[in-house]
Write a protein that binds this ligand. Structure first.
Ligand SMILES: *[C@@H]1O[C@H](CO)[C@@H](O)[C@H](O)[C@H]1NC(C)=O
Length: 320
């Protein structure tokens, strides 16, 4: 290679990284999270949007692992719990072999999700979670507008556990749909798409298992499975305060796909696209209070990460 060519090449190599840096930096204040295997390039607003779903992923990981195995992250992956308090009231559920097998898979999938997010953003330790039977019982009472007798117990059998599970991955799914257009970097978008894909899959599996039993009655209440799902969805619409984003398994035909069908194995808008939710809508729902600044429900002390904490007055919204 001639000297002139060599120095031109050298100059180009020198220039390239700073060029791409300049392009990214125009969008965002910029920093990197590095680990042994990868270099990640994720801007600050992406970091906030990616760490927020850790709240839900922790909830799902503990709920599913405990239900299937009678032990959770502290046993399977204490590094991911990172010293956060153990969940309140999580237990093994009385499940048939098929449902137990599916839920065990979901549990490990959530461990993977936690690991993937925490490889990309620093995140936070497991927040305090209330996974007690009473916590789910309260949701069901709120959904029906009166106290169920005996109290609803998510851990009692397959159908109760599937109904309790109906409460969770769907909310995460709508969050990933909502976050997608706000994400800037390819790394963040790729991660969110990967998470969305599997959360949607979990939701579809749960809905299908429930759909097979849609007209069966949940005992001892004598209330059909489909009615439970529409009540839960209605409650979430109410708590979220942003209109219709949640639908039960059987709907009025005009709410079904193409406005033509009452079976509703998957929820979707008028074009059968997944609904989106903001972090605030999600907090209102998982706190069970309808207010992003009023913790409760599954998160007695609130969620963690900048977005959730900004609403709890722990950090200013514009700070950092
Ligand atoms: C867990 O939730 C139940 C039902 O809302 C509540 O009675 C209980 O006090 C909660 N536990 C904690 C520690 O917040």
């Amino acid at each position: 290679m001639k000297l002139a060519q060599f120095s031109a090449l050298f100059f180009l190599l020198l220039l390239l990284p700073s060029l791409s840096y300049a392009i990214e930096a125009t969008n965002h204040e910029f920093f990197m999270d590095c680990d042994n295997n990868d270099n990640y390039h994720v801007g600050k607003s992406d970091v906030d949007l990616l760490e927020f779903p850790l709240n839900l992923e922790y909830l799902e990981a503990e709920f599913f692992l405990w239900a299937a195995f009678g032990r959770g992250l502290d046993s399977f992956s204490p590094d991911l719990a990172a010293g956060g308090p153990p969940p309140i009231g999580a237990k093994i559920a009385k499940l048939s072999p098929l449902i137990k097998d599916v839920i065990a898979q979901f549990g490990f999938q959530e461990v993977g999700h936690l690991r993937a997010i925490k490889k990309t953003v620093a995140g936070f330790p497991r927040p305090l979670l209330n996974l007690s039977a009473e916590s789910f019982g309260t949701i069901m009472n709120d959904a029906f507008g009166h106290t169920l007798e005996p109290p609803f117990n998510p851990y009692a059998n397959d159908i109760n556990f599937l109904l309790a599970s109906y409460v969770v991955p769907y909310v995460g799914l709508t969050g990933y749909v909502g976050a997608n257009p706000k994400l800037q970097s390819p790394t963040a978008k790729k991660l969110a798409a990967g998470l969305l894909g599997v959360e949607s899959g979990q939701d579809a599996v749960l809905r299908t298992l429930l759909y097979q039993r849609a007209i069966e009655k949940v005992e001892p209440y004598g209330i059909p499975v489909a009615e439970f799902t529409s009540r839960i969805s209605k409650l979430r619409n109410k708590l979220g305060h942003r209109g219709l984003k949640d639908e039960g398994l059987i709907v009025k035909p005009k709410e079904g796909a193409e406005g033509k069908i009452k079976g509703n194995v998957l929820a979707g808008d008028k074009h059968s696209l997944a609904y989106d939710r903001t972090p605030e809508e999600i907090l209102r729902i998982v706190y069970g209070t309808g207010k992003e600044n009023k913790p409760g429900g599954f998160f007695p002390k609130g969620g963690d990460g900048r977005i959730a904490k900004s609403h709890l007055g722990k950090i200013k919204k514009s700070e950092g």
